[in-house]
Design a protein around this ligand. Structure first.
Ligand code: BTN
Length: 269
């Protein structure tokens, strides 16, 4: 779908120009003005480059790629990142923070992606716990959050986001993948919007203000799910999201438990 992109190029100038427009239109700070920006062509992975760069840079960073040859996903999976049909980027938050606040940044990133999509289109995306974004039963975005540590201290948090914009031919082993297909959306526009939505909330992460939006966009609340513990499969119902982003599940025997990580699937009847 070549015609979808009037301008596929991602440059610091394009990002800053869209960020200025988005910040004005939505009344939020233009945090990209004090973020170091690196726009790459085709590279293995923006998260891997982020880990290298954050050794030398002492501030927040935004790293983008036109495509990735080794895009990484959660659970050791890969993330299909063909050139110019998606937005592949990493936001680096520099500075020490608690492990708990670090964990909360993943649901916050999911909220930022959904808010940006809603601001730039008429679509209503949904969040599959913990951090996959779905549209019409297809996964359109994945988020991989990683921590850089020095001893016991977290020094940087690396939030890698991949959004499928117009990708059509996904590998056969990822049948759940789909694309946003918003014809006015360029990679630079959505990257700038997500970065601003994310960075505006980071200072307030301890207040958990993003959780209400997260819940209102949940794909799983009220649904029967399959979850895994020690490689064993269990069934339950997703009943709530905790302030820390954990998933509360009612087990088949009626107990309540909270999942703080891992993966769930919706139970098909
Ligand atoms: C997932 O779906 O499991 C998470 C996918 C995360 C993909 C993004 S694309 C930009 C960044 N660089 C990577 O190598 N991975 C993340």
């Amino acid at each position: 779908m070549e015609t979808f992109f009037k301008d596929k190029a991602i440059s610091p100038a394009a990002l800053l120009s869209f960020a200025a427009e988005y910040s004005e239109a939505n009344g939020i700070p233009n945090s990209l003005l004090n973020t170091e920006i690196a726009c790459e062509g085709i590279i293995p992975s923006t998260n891997d480059l982020a880990k290298e760069l954050c050794k030398k840079t002492k501030g927040n960073m935004l790293i983008t790629a036109e495509g990735q040859t080794g895009g990484r996903g959660r659970m050791g999976r890969s993330f299909f990142s063909p050139q110019s049909t998606g937005a592949y980027f990493t936001i680096v938050l520099h500075g020490e923070r608690s492990l708990l606040d670090s964990l909360k940044l993943t649901p916050l990133a999911a909220v930022a992606v959904c808010r940006a999509i809603e601001a730039l289109s008429t679509l209503t995306p949904k969040i599959k716990w913990v951090n996959d974004i779905y549209l019409d039963e297809k996964k359109v975005c994945g988020i991989l959050t990683e921590a850089v540590t020095l001893g016991d201290a977290v020094t940087d948090i690396i939030v890698g986001i991949g959004i499928n914009l117009t990708t059509e031919c996904f590998p056969k082993d990822i049948p759940i993948a789909g694309s946003l297909n918003i014809n006015t959306l360029t990679p630079a526009k959505i990257i700038a919007a997500v970065a601003l939505e994310f960075l505006k909330e980071v200072p307030y992460i301890a207040q958990n203000k993003h959780i209400a939006y997260y819940k209102s966009h949940s794909l799983v609340l009220g649904k029967e799910i399959v979850y895994y513990q020690n490689n064993e499969q269990f069934f339950g119902t997703a009943v709530d999201i905790t302030e820390d982003g954990g998933l509360m599940v009612r087990t088949v025997s009626g107990e309540l438990l909270t999942l703080n990580g891992g993966e769930i699937t919706l139970r098909l009847k």
